[in-house]
Design a protein around this ligand. Structure first.
Ligand code: GLY
Ligand code: MN
Length: 457
């Protein structure tokens, strides 16, 4: 945990911006995988972590702005829990660490909320993403699953704090990114024909676990990188393949790293691979050079897509004007995802609170295929932490569909594209902090250019 003064100050600011009512923080519980005692790795809710810092299951909290109270609701461990799962600080100690002295039993929250409702207080809560949150809202507030009405002032208050990373948060994210970089360096040194994707995934995970870190999301280690989030690890890596690795570490305090690299199975990229890879790198570097305070990230996305289309035009995949092709949405055949996203306590930071608020400052998102997957489009500001991850993907099913419809036939040379249906995909990803004057790479550099990757092989 950070110092308790940090959590106290964060809560004070949130109270000020939300103004009135009662803020309800739903902590996370343990969750059984296949029976109650065989649980998933416990992960506290990130907003709960941000304002209270307590990574323990079974806690909930209230900030009653109207009555100037901050309360943590929880129960002491039973002797059975201590015998099986070990000791934890007492509730009083947990509260002290978070700067909170008002600690009450879990069961007391129902009556507290009931009186608040009777007193006509506004109960603010955030969007739910777990069934257990829905059960709590149903039990305490009679809100049926699906009928939740999350509080916009609460969402905006949280987003407007968590989007701006403080020095101590940046230090944590740097730590996550250093281990994340080591995960990728490990893979770059070991990938070769004849080993399985699962061996790479295991070695990558070991780097995180041996640092006592977690994974910030399930590892993607695949020779079928054309599937954007491919979590299958059962293939044998063959000569001529590329392995797309997208993996990140999460520090003990819950901060994420998120990087991607594309590694040839052989000691060198083939000419065909290098031609496409170099375009992805050009797009990546154009984006990195563009990010600074004041620039609209959606413009950086346009730039990165244009560089991809220009490069693919030089190779004969694309025709016409690359800028017009991007405006029309034709680039989404090769680049059907976004350029990057906010990162912090969540790998896609605060995605549960709504991308429109986190990444678009309330501006509606595009509904165009490809562009709609851009999670971040707003003007960049100092303190934002984000990823840069353009990619070039040859997705056979998408190519076949678009070809059959002659979609954007004025921009796409389908004859040529069809010959690359077995190419797979390329993505490289780094994490950046927006500074007062530009940006700074977080963690440490991993090889990006083909010669840098090949030097490790
Ligand atoms: N690293 C997974 C993603 O950014 O979607
Ligand atoms: Mn990412």
């Amino acid at each position: 945990m950070f110092r308790k003064e940090i959590y106290t100050a964060r809560r004070a600011k949130l109270k000020q911006t939300t103004g009135s009512g009662l803020l309800l923080f739903l902590g996370n519980n343990e969750s059984g995988m296949n029976y109650a005692d065989n649980t998933y790795h416990f992960r506290q809710d990130s907003t709960f972590l941000y304002f209270f810092g307590l990574a323990y299951a079974g806690l909930n909290a209230v900030i009653d702005i109207d009555h100037d109270k901050e309360i943590i609701f929880g129960d002491e461990l039973t002797m059975d829990a201590i015998v099986w799962m070990g000791i934890q600080p007492t509730l009083r100690e947990k509260g002290e660490n978070a700067g909170i002295t008002d600690i009450r039993p879990s069961a007391a929250i129902a009556d507290y909320l009931k009186s608040a409702v009777q007193g006509k207080q506004t109960i603010h809560y955030l969007p739910v993403y777990r069934a257990e949150h829905q059960v709590k809202l149903l039990t305490w507030l009679d809100i049926y699953p699906g009928a939740e009405k999350p509080s916009l002032p609460f969402i905006l208050g949280v987003v407007n704090q968590r989007n701006y990373k403080s020095a101590e948060e940046i230090a944590e994210i740097d730590k996550a990114c250093i281990v994340t970089a080591d995960m990728h360096l490990t893979a770059m040194r070991m990938v070769r024909p004849g080993i399985r994707e699962s061996e790479v995934a295991a070695a990558v995970a070991e780097v995180a676990y041996s640092n006592n870190y977690q994974l910030s999301f399930p590892i993607i280690a695949t020779i079928n990188g054309q599937t954007l989030h491919n979590h299958y690890h059962g293939n044998l890596i063959k000569s001529g393949d590329m392995l797309l690795l997208d993996a990140g570490a999460e520090t003990e305090m819950g901060y994420a790293g998120d990087m991607s690299s594309t590694i040839p199975a052989d000691s060198q990229f083939t000419t065909r691979q290098k031609e496409i890879y170099d375009i992805a790198v050009a797009s990546h570097e154009a984006a990195v050079n563009a990010i600074r305070p004041g620039i609209l990230f959606e413009e950086v996305y346009d730039l990165s897509a244009r560089v991809i289309m220009e490069g693919l035009k030089d190779l004969g995949f694309v025709k016409g004007d690359p800028s017009e092709a991007v405006r029309a949405g034709a680039h989404a055949l090769f680049f059907p995802c976004g350029l990057g996203h906010m990162m912090g306590l969540d790998v896609h930071d605060m995605e549960n609170l709504g991308e429109v608020y986190v990444g678009y400052d309330g501006r509606p998102k595009s509904t165009q295929f490809g562009r709609k997957s851009l999670r971040l489009g707003r003007k960049l500001e100092p303190g934002f932490v984000l990823t840069i991850e353009p990619g070039i993907y040859f997705i056979p099913e998408l190519i076949d569909l678009w070809r059959s419809r002659q979609e954007f036939a004025e921009f796409i040379n389908y004859e040529k594209v069809a010959t690359y249906k077995d190419f797979s995909g390329i993505r490289n990803e780094e994490d950046y902090l927006i500074t007062e004057t530009g940006s700074r790479l977080l963690g440490k550099k991993i090889p990006l250019h083909t010669n840098e990757v090949e030097a490790l092989r």
